[in-house]
Design a protein around this ligand. Structure first.
Ligand SMILES: Cc1cc2nc3c(=O)[nH]c(=O)nc-3n(C[C@H](O)[C@H](O)[C@H](O)COP(=O)(O)OP(=O)(O)OC[C@H]3O[C@@H](n4cnc5c(N)ncnc54)[C@H](O)[C@@H]3O)c2cc1C
Length: 329
């Protein structure tokens, strides 16, 4: 029997997180090199109908656990399901998105299976000998570690937006296996409801205007936000601004924040540290505004403006307003 690569399909309100499709695309590529199948597992409520989406994005077989008591993510219940499934189907490789949910689930599954886990990978490759090489930033992003695991299954979590999104192909065929969900058990974890909703989804934004330590005070973020809004985008920041408490972490771009891949990334008063670059270097077009011509960000920018952001940004805002015919320009 052909073995496989298992991909965990993360859901929220029965919607599949796009990182799962990215992982299926990568799994397909590796599976073809290693002669494996691509399997996926989806857990939740009302998720049965979603299984075919996973096939359209590359799965050969999808295991479905669908039950009302699985509606809300419960790390212990989900962990037990995944551990039992892995023991039953014995995949060679198991991939999980490095989302907040995946980061809490994967280590528990790996520990229960007594296998290794390479967390937060940014790429996966197959070497000449057919080994899976897991690539991830190390030493705060200054080097890229290439990791080979000898335990089985090889388990990795992979960041969102680092792998290309595969094409959705409705002509793909695959098998859907409906599994009996386990009985509801008392995990002593009770969901009391959601206390907050994300206000910004920076990872999916097409335009990001980011501010760094070149900003003199918190209020000046409003100026960058205005530019972002005019361009149909969102506000990003470098980490020191989050550490200062100026803005929520969901706006942070970089190694310990979000990985982003917008069409346009405008970095204002950001020096271009390896940790910041780790989160945005794959943006399609990078524009840097910085007073220091030797700032490292200019080495990665498609367009650079050597200048004071307090002069350049207001000019950009009034130019765009003029072009758009917005009053106040
Ligand atoms: C474990 C670890 C994880 C980290 N994770 C992240 C992360 O996820 N994201 C992140 O961003 N950082 C991260 N960092 C921090 C990182 O090392 C840098 O300290 C940080 O990115 C620097 O932010 P900055 O570019 O805004 O500030 P600075 O490096 O201080 O740069 C400010 C820039 O603004 C320019 N400037 C000043 N005034 C103006 C002006 N008026 N107009 C235009 N330009 C001006 C300056 O020339 C300078 O280049 C991490 C660090 C560690 C150790």
């Amino acid at each position: 029997m052909t073995s496989g690569i298992l991909v965990y399909a993360e859901t929220s309100d029965s919607r599949i997180h796009p990182v799962s499709f990215e992982l299926l695309g990568k799994a397909r590529e590796i599976a073809e090199k290693l002669g494996l199948e691509v399997w996926s597992v989806i857990i939740g409520f009302d998720v049965k109908d979603r299984a075919k989406e996973l096939i359209y994005y590359g799965a050969d077989k999808v295991y479905v656990y669908d039950s009302e008591h699985l509606k809300d993510f419960n790390v212990l219940t989900y962990k037990d399901i995944l551990v039992d499934l892995v023991k039953e189907i014995d995949p060679e490789i198991f991939l999980i998105g490095a989302t907040p949910l995946g980061r809490s689930l994967a280590p528990r599954v790996a520990a229960a299976l007594d296998t290794g886990l390479t967390a937060d990978c940014t790429d996966l490759r197959v070497d000449e000998e057919g080994n899976l090489i897991q690539i991830r930033p190390a030493f705060t992003g200054n080097i890229l570690a290439h990791i080979k695991t000898t335990s089985k299954p090889i388990m990795s979590t992979i960041r969102y937006k680092v792998m290309p999104m595969p094409k959705r192909d409705e002509s793909r065929k695959g098998e859907i296996v409906i599994k009996n969900p386990p009985e509801k058990i008392d995990t002593r974890i009770k969901s009391l409801g959601r206390i907050s909703k994300r206000t910004v989804n920076i990872a999916d934004a097409e335009v990001i205007v980011s501010g760094g330590r070149g900003l003199k005070n918190k209020e000046d973020l409003k100026m960058l936000e205005e530019l972002a809004k005019l361009l149909g985008g969102v506000l990003g920041v470098s980490r020191p601004l989050v550490d200062e408490g100026w803005i929520a972490k969901e706006h942070q771009v970089g190694f310990s924040g979000n990985t982003v891949k917008p069409k346009l990334y405008i970095a204002c008063g950001i020096s271009g540290s390896p940790q910041h670059l780790a989160g945005m270097r794959d943006s399609q077009i990078i524009v840097a505004i910085n007073i220091d011509p030797s700032a490292p960000i200019f080495r990665h920018a498609d367009y650079g403006v050597v200048g004071d952001l307090y002069e350049v940004v207001p000019k950009l805002i009034s130019m765009i307003k003029r072009i758009k015919g917005v009053s106040g320009s």
